[in-house]
Design a protein around this ligand. Structure first.
Ligand code: NDP
Length: 328
């Protein structure tokens, strides 16, 4: 019997989950839940209904795992501790500094209600975190490097859009090639923020806007751009739509380490992602962890978990026997 999945929040990730369910025959979509008027939210899967979030608790016996697709800034800190009272849940909470407090809130509610909540699932946090852990556990004498991109940063694009005279904008984070090369050569470089990434901005200015001022405001914006080499390209609205409407991303997690009595041998572990669609890839990770949450809950486990707490075999649709035969 397929695992019944609910989607709560229907944005980029919500749509990505629908696509991932289509590719996995051990899961099926049981319902989509939104805070908006359900009649205004059109989904792709035929025969599945869109409900108001207010109806979710009533459907607790019809859904095995609820995937929470709200935003990390304000939605998930409220939604995950709330909905784990009724369901096993998965979220993609990515505010790294606040993960410990989010974990504590979800853990208390999950344990009180006997459900499993797996938080901060995706690629970073998520698959990148897992690969950092594996590499650190193996090469204890070493150094970690994470590079992001080339990819769209939603937060930086939003920050540009808030500047007076800007109609629309897209920002790409780009790893610096020479820094990547030095790391891969095992040179163990000390890299500043500026030496690791550059920022490329594509901006549509309003008619008559002062482009020089806009460019200066972007390049000097503290926290977002002032610590980076930033290029600003002014383009037309049509160009932005034609060439910059995707949501690609990716990056590299690299650990360089030494072994041997005198540290004479070097090793490099690298995990890399090149994603055409950040939300569709993230959703595929979320589905694998939904499978794990279902299995862990069936075994009687409860409480909050992260990717660190989930054994790899729980992620696969193959049985332990099939895994040992085919993948070992
Ligand atoms: P969106 O902004 O597309 O969606 C967030 C929420 O906004 C939805 O759940 C939806 O809730 C609401 N919403 C969406 N579209 C509309 C609309 N047209 N009108 C009104 N409300 C709308 O965010 P994403 O799906 O792109 O990302 C969600 C979170 O996932 C991000 O905040 C990010 O933190 C996280 N993430 C994590 C990753 C990781 O690697 N860990 C990677 C990628 C993303 P409702 O239906 O209830 O209105």
């Amino acid at each position: 019997m397929a695992i019944k999945i609910g989607i709560l929040g229907y944005g980029n990730l919500g749509r990505g989950i629908e696509c991932a369910i289509k590719q996995n025959d051990d899961v099926e979509l049981a319902g989509v839940f939104t805070r908006r008027d359900p009649s205004t939210v059109k989904i792709m899967t035929e025969g599945v209904k869109v409900y108001s979030v207010d109806d979710a608790p009533k459907m607790k016996d019809e859904i095995d795992v609820m995937i929470l697709c709200g935003g990390s800034a304000t939605d998930l800190p409220k939604q995950t501790p709330e909905y784990v009272k009724y369901f096993n849940v998965i979220d993609s909470f990515d505010t790294h500094a606040k993960i410990p407090e989010h974990f504590a809130a979800v853990d208390a509610a999950a344990k009180a209600n006997g459900n499993v909540g797996i938080i901060s699932v995706g690629w970073d946090p998520g698959m990148f975190s897992l690969n950092r852990l594996y590499a650190n556990a193996i090469l204890s004498d070493g150094k970690d490097y994470t590079f992001w991109g080339k990819g769209v940063s939603q937060g930086h694009s939003d920050a540009i859009r808030r500047i007076d005279g800007v109609k629309d904008a897209k920002q790409y984070t780009v790893p610096v090639d020479s820094a990547l090369k030095a790391v891969r050569n095992g040179e163990n470089p000390e890299l500043t923020t500026r030496q690791k990434h550059t920022r490329e901005c594509y901006v549509v200015a309003e008619e008559g806007a002062d482009k020089a001022r806009i460019e200066n405001e972007i390049k000097t914006m503290p926290n977002y751009f002032s610590d980076y080499d930033t290029t600003v390209n002014f383009i037309s609205e049509e160009e932005l739509k034609a060439n910059h409407s995707g949501i690609p991303h990716g990056g590299f997690v690299i650990r360089c380490g030494k072994t041997g009595w005198n540290g004479e041998n070097s090793h490099i572990i690298e995990y890399s992602l090149k994603l055409d669609s950040n939300p569709e890839f993230t959703s595929s990770v979320l589905i694998a962890y939904a499978r794990a949450a279902y299995r862990m809950s069936k075994e009687g486990q409860s409480g909050c978990k992260t990717v660190f707490d989930v054994a790899p075999a729980y992620l696969s649709k193959l049985s332990g026997e099939e895994l040992r035969k085919n993948l070992l």
